[in-house]
Design a protein around this ligand. Structure first.
Ligand SMILES: [Mn+2]
Length: 346
């Protein structure tokens, strides 16, 4: 009898292709995008624990250091991130997780482009013109890359032990915004249910991820909220963080995760924006949609991208200039959405 946990045919076929490609690899480098979030870190940790169950050696080689918030997922894993591209080149195969574009591998992108061994991608973003590999399992219907890793284990008959279950639960929990966003599918809950049955402690996991804040993080949030801008007519809200704020409060870029949820939580917000001045003439912009606005298309106007409801872009300019430019573009963009009949800009 079919069940919700059955792996869709195209996914199962791609997983078999991946397993075949990995056969005989001396070691497998597992990587993800710069500034790994919970889905990225959870997926990398899960894959690094699943590969040995296939008789393969796994090394983690990320473009940026493992996020402190998710340190609990990495116990006992071999992290060669500090050796960078060199560690990548000495592996026989590469698996890029939660990455739709090779450029999201940051300092590892050049090495990743020219690896001789199989280059595999498992991802749930909107595909781009330069994926990080040629053997691809990609499905935007997956709530998180962690969902696709659950399918990977399931198709290949790999046992999910407690550390793997915790990694997958973290991936799904964080990418669905704590089971609140529209990607919270019946399947997301069904997988979470099996992970809880395997022993994941939901409250403990919640406290570790969402209730372990430093005072500095709240001080930084206070400063960010001080910059709140709202354009109620267009359903826009935004906040900004200056380049010295992280140092001033002794916080890391992990601590910026979730700040955009505050402007997003204002009634009537259709697009929330978060501007982070990187301090060298570039501003990182996060775009979040609450409903019918495709912010992936908006972010692409600035050379970025991601998902329809969550995207990002790196924009050259001062904080003030970038904010003005992006807010103006967002006004024009949501204006178009309101005027169209199908919820998408023409
Ligand atoms: Mn993801």
């Amino acid at each position: 009898m079919p069940t919700i946990l059955d792996v869709p045919r195209e996914r199962a076929d791609a997983i078999q292709r991946i397993a075949t490609a990995l056969t005989g690899a001396a070691s497998v480098a597992v990587t993800t995008h710069i500034n790994a979030d919970g889905d990225a870190a959870g997926s990398v940790a899960a894959m690094a624990r699943l590969l040995p169950r296939m008789g393969l050696r796994a090394v983690i080689v990320n473009p940026t250091p493992w996020p402190g918030l998710f340190a609990f997922l990495k116990d006992g894993l071999d992290d060669r991130t500090a050796s960078g591209a060199e560690a990548l080149r000495s592996a026989g195969a590469l698996i890029s997780l939660d990455v739709s574009d090779v450029r999201r591998l940051g300092s590892l992108a050049t090495a990743a482009r020219s690896l001789p061994g199989p280059r595999i991608v498992i991802d749930h973003h909107v595909p781009t013109d330069e994926p990080a590999g040629d053997i691809v399992l990609a499905d935007t219907a997956a709530c998180a890359t962690g969902e696709l890793l659950y399918d990977f284990a399931s198709v290949l008959g790999l046992e999910i032990d407690l550390p793997i279950a915790e990694a997958l639960y973290t991936a799904i929990l964080t990418d669905t915004g704590g089971f609140r966003y529209s990607n919270t599918s019946p399947r997301a809950h069904a997988i979470a249910s099996t992970l809880l049955a395997l022993g994941v402690d939901p409250e403990h996991t919640y406290r570790r991820i969402y209730a372990s804040l430093s005072p500095g993080r709240l001080q930084l949030l206070r400063d960010a909220l001080d910059t709140l801008g709202v354009d109620a007519d267009h359903g826009l809200a935004w906040v900004s963080v200056t380049n010295d704020a992280m140092e001033r409060y002794g916080v890391s870029s992990d601590d910026l995760d979730g700040i955009v949820e505050h402007p997003r939580s204002i009634a009537g917000t259709r697009v929330a924006l978060f501007f982070r001045d990187l301090g060298y003439g570039k501003v990182k912009v996060s775009f979040r949609s609450t409903g019918d606005v495709d912010v992936n298309a908006l972010a692409r106007q600035f050379g970025g991208g991601g998902h329809e409801k969550a995207s990002g872009a790196l924009v050259v300019g001062s904080l003030d200039d970038v904010r003005t430019k992006v807010v103006d573009a967002a006004r024009a963009f949501v204006g178009k959405v309101a005027a169209s009949t199908n919820g998408r800009p023409a």
